[in-house]
Design a protein around this ligand. Sequence first.
Ligand SMILES: *Cc1c(COP(=O)(O)O)cnc(C)c1O
Length: 377
Amino acid sequence: MKVPLLDLKAQYQTIKGECLKVTQDIYDSQHFILGPHVEKLEAEIAEYCSAKYAVGVSSGTDALLLSLMAANIGQGDRVITTPYTFFATAGAISRVGAIPVFVDIAPDTYNISPDGIAVTISKMSHSERNTLKAIIPVHLFGQCADMDAIIRIAKENSLVVIEDAAQAIGAEYKGRRAGSMGDFGCFSFFPSKNLGGFGDGGIVTTQSKDLYDRLMVLRVHGSRPKYYHHYIGGNFRLDAIQAAIVSVKLKYLDDWTRARQENAGKYRSLIDAAGLTSLVSCPVEKENRHIYNQFVFHVPEKRDELKVFLTANEIGCEVYYPVPLHLQACFSFLGHKSGDFPVSENAADHTLALPIYPELTEEQLGYVVSCMRQFFA
Ligand SMILES: *Cc1c(COP(=O)(O)O)cnc(C)c1O
């Protein structure tokens, strides 16, 4: 039996008619850049994320970049983030000329540790402390970071909070939606995210009218009106076609999220019934709405061998992420070495993501766990 890590074709079959109709309308209008479809999606996402404003952008990466630019973060500034995330989180910090300051993760959720943030700040020199401008917590795999503690530290130190919510649309922390708690919320419509377009796209949420204005202007080369440039921005626009597709999909997002959560529950009981609980640990649900962009479990022994075995049995699985960012070649100038962030390094060496997409069948879930049992027997 084949169980791909993600099967976008299965989902497309359920919405094909709607997608073809709305894209046809855009072809007929020949209006491809920004416009009414983007404005409609911005209003819908702002509402969905309990934010006052949303600005459609070209990708999740550009959502982070644009937020840093709107927060006036640049050359020589420092930004705290996690080394256990997709590259874009720290890449965006470097691209504005700022320095990523890594803080290790909590072992249960894989999200940045607020205690670690406090310790890191307390150890900074006076001059380092003066250049510290922001924290970018990542809501990894679909579960929110510990935002109360993070926001408290940010307030005490006058830091901007940029939520990297690329994997967490609709996730909640104590009843608050991802993207509604920090100064900015950054989302991605990359096709493999829970709400994906038919190409690249993203959106930034904010509660501040001032920040919203800056985002809107910076999105179009810092100009308002056209050809009068206040700042040096960029082309960070969202295509009308992507906005229209994402808008079609948004209606189904809560159903898909429920199906992902049910699949996670089924994995738990199947893994339990197969007697595997001493060999692997399922994700810890700490916050009240984990949206399971990924189902990542911990394998203390033989993670790599398990991955080879599952792959040979046509089960898609992946390591997110095999090399933590402090050990990436491009960040060698930061001077980190192996052992600096042991929890992140342990997660990189011992975790594996299993298929969790909404359209998985009972048979497929059963097959995945029976292959795991076979491997460990
Ligand atoms: C996907 C992702 C991004 C980048 O989004 P793109 O749309 O691919 O540019 C940023 N951060 C995290 C945590 C992501 O998972």
